[in-house]
Design a protein around this ligand. Structure first.
Ligand SMILES: Nc1ncnc2c1ncn2[C@@H]1O[C@H](COP(=O)(O)OP(=O)(O)OP(=O)(O)O)[C@@H](O)[C@H]1O
Ligand SMILES: [Mg+2]
Length: 527
């Protein structure tokens, strides 16, 4: 059974995301849901799931729909197996309620309630829940000994796979995924692509990863021009069609305008004269030709420039001497020694779980090593972009963007704030959006706006491109290339690393490698 949207409109305050959208998503097809940051992709998925109400319109969808959650952090303290079973919320709620009631003294009334709950549990195949969840986890490559552990003890890509199992729990007829590749390294992305190719239900996946979209999707549903348009084919094919449709619209509009101005000329010349009927017919023609206003595309590029403080840092920015770090029994970094020098532009690459974030946190002083020494250089001022945005913008935060940004640095003028916000595409009223309502990409843009205003001569970014759209990633590449200070950046995006990095730190299976040169040269040297 397909998913059908009938005349769906959604706006927040004065901001209209899309209006009167009618589209159908069919089983067997794999739809990429695309559009720039803040276009409304996550919102549309939530509308389909019934988690938020549209302003108007109706949705019909199959009985069982699974959704992959974007917020891996929210599950940190939960047990892996439970996280999977939560995928069926009716069952999960019934199980929890049953456990709660068994704690109480069993009265007749409670006995009745328990009976009702047992019925729900049986109907939802609850007695097989553990076995089914285990089977899914093993299929996703998570061994049985991890099923009873807390999510936070698993490497990020494993946590992600557990969330995917959650979405798949109960064998859904449709699967919705919001940016599934953000937490994944290339190996896991390959695994996911393969998985998608074998899925037979209706698949809708949000992503900013062009390569991934191209390899996975059969259709693209693009949010732009206030609506959703479904194009057959993958992402690159969509871009070609979209541009040619738009150019055709523009050239038609231009030729209409030309025609209108000729007609107007005629009218002006003869309106006072004897050719009244001809003038009348020209006027009607003008009316008919009046171009419908072409909707502007929502694709925009931010402008990213990081300005270092006037006082440069010393020649050595950071020095690590025999640094080691373990989590419980797992040694992540062993006897690591190296120096970061002023002006270095370092790209850090490598699979998940190898310690890139751990290294960055130690370099910025947020985490202490178990042994060895880390020495910051003379007059180094650091600005840090954490992988987990909630470390600096929390979802409980009540601030608006403007106030949040003002708190980043003392003595800023309103116009400085406005200008930084404008460069990061928070124009007009958007500057006063509540930070808790920002989309993933908008949150990343706001953090970058903060870094543009802060004092620094050393910037450290941990997967800054995770949520960013293609325009923003390319703007970031320019910003990093132009930066006159020192930069240390973790990313899985080859294009981004190649844009700015002149040195590479690679976390490989055979250890950590240091390379003087850009990423392409490093990869060639490995091949
Ligand atoms: N509760 C809310 N109140 C006000 N505005 C909201 C609310 N929720 C979302 N928005 C706004 O709606 C827009 C769409 O948000 P959404 O999260 O759907 O974007 P998205 O396309 O998923 O973006 P991204 O690519 O960055 O994830 C954003 O501008 C966001 O700030
Ligand atoms: Mg989103």
């Amino acid at each position: 059974m397909s998913i059908t949207l009938d005349n769906i409109s959604k706006s927040f305050g004065s901001q209209a995301l899309f209006s009167e959208v009618s589209v159908t998503f069919n089983p067997g097809n794999r739809y990429g849901l695309t559009g720039p940051n803040g276009a409304g992709k996550s919102t549309l998925l939530r509308i389909i799931m019934g988690m938020i109400e549209p302003n108007s319109g109706a949705i019909s969808l199959p009985e069982r729909v699974g959704m992959l959650k974007q917020n891996i952090e929210a599950f940190r303290d939960m047990i892996v197996l439970d996280v999977v079973i939560m995928g069926n919320s009716r069952l999960w709620d019934a199980l929890k309620e049953r456990d709660r009631l068994y704690e109480l003294e069993i009265t007749d009334e409670i006995g009745m309630q328990l009976g009702d709950l047992e019925e729900i549990i049986a109907h939802e195949d609850g007695y097989m829940a553990d076995a089914n969840a285990e089977e899914l986890l093993v299929g996703a490559g998570i061994p049985a000994e991890l099923h009873g552990q807390k999510m936070s003890t698993l490497p990020t890509d494993m946590q992600f796979r557990a969330l995917l199992c959650q979405a798949l729990f109960g064998n859904p007829q449709a699967l919705l995924l919001d940016e599934p590749t953000n937490h994944l390294d290339l190996d896991s992305i390959g695994w996911l692509e393969e998985f998608f190719h074998n899925y037979t239900g209706t698949l809708i996946v949000v992503s900013h990863d062009r390569h991934f979209l191209n390899s996975v999707t059969t259709h693209i549903a693009d949010i732009d021009y206030d609506t959703v348009i479904v194009y057959p084919g993958n992402y690159d094919q969509m871009l070609v069609t979209k541009t040619s449709v738009h150019e055709k619209g523009e050239s038609e509009a231009r030729s209409k305008e030309k025609k209108i101005s000729q007609l107007k000329e005629f009218v002006a010349k003869f309106s006072a004269g004897t050719r009244a009927s001809q003038v009348q017919s020209r006027l009607r023609e003008i009316e008919r030709l009046q171009p419908q206003e072409l909707k502007k595309s929502n694709i925009q590029r931010p402008y990213i420039r990081f300005i270092p403080t006037e006082k440069p840092s010393g020649k050595i920015v950071c020095k690590l001497d025999k640094v080691s770090k373990s989590y419980d029994d797992l040694q992540i970094i062993k006897d690591l020694s190296f120096e970061i020098h002023r002006g270095d532009k370092i790209g850090v690459i490598g699979n998940n779980g190898r310690g890139k974030t751990t290294l960055l946190k130690m370099v910025v002083g947020a985490l202490a090593p178990d042994s060895g020494a880390i020495e910051g250089g003379h007059q180094v001022i650091t600005s840090y972009f954490p992988q987990d945005h909630s470390e600096i913008i929390s979802k409980e935060d009540k601030d608006n963007c403007f106030d949040w940004l003002r708190a980043r640095k003392a003595g800023l003028y309103d116009q400085d704030l406005r200008s930084a916000l404008g460069k990061m595409l928070f124009g007009g009223d958007d500057a006063f959006k509540n930070v808790a309502t920002l989309s993933g990409g908008e949150t990343a843009r706001l953090i970058l706006a903060g870094m543009m205003l802060e004092d620094h001569n050393f910037i450290v970014l941990d997967e800054p491109n995770g949520h960013l759209d293609l325009e923003a990633v390319s703007a970031l590449g320019w910003g990093l290339e132009e930066y006159k200070g020192t930069a240390l950046v973790v990313s899985h995006d080859r294009g981004l690393i190649n844009h700015f990095a002149t040195k590479i730190i690679a976390f490989e299976s055979d250890g950590i490698h240091f390379f003087d040169g850009n990423l392409d040269n490093y990869l060639m040297s490995r091949a």
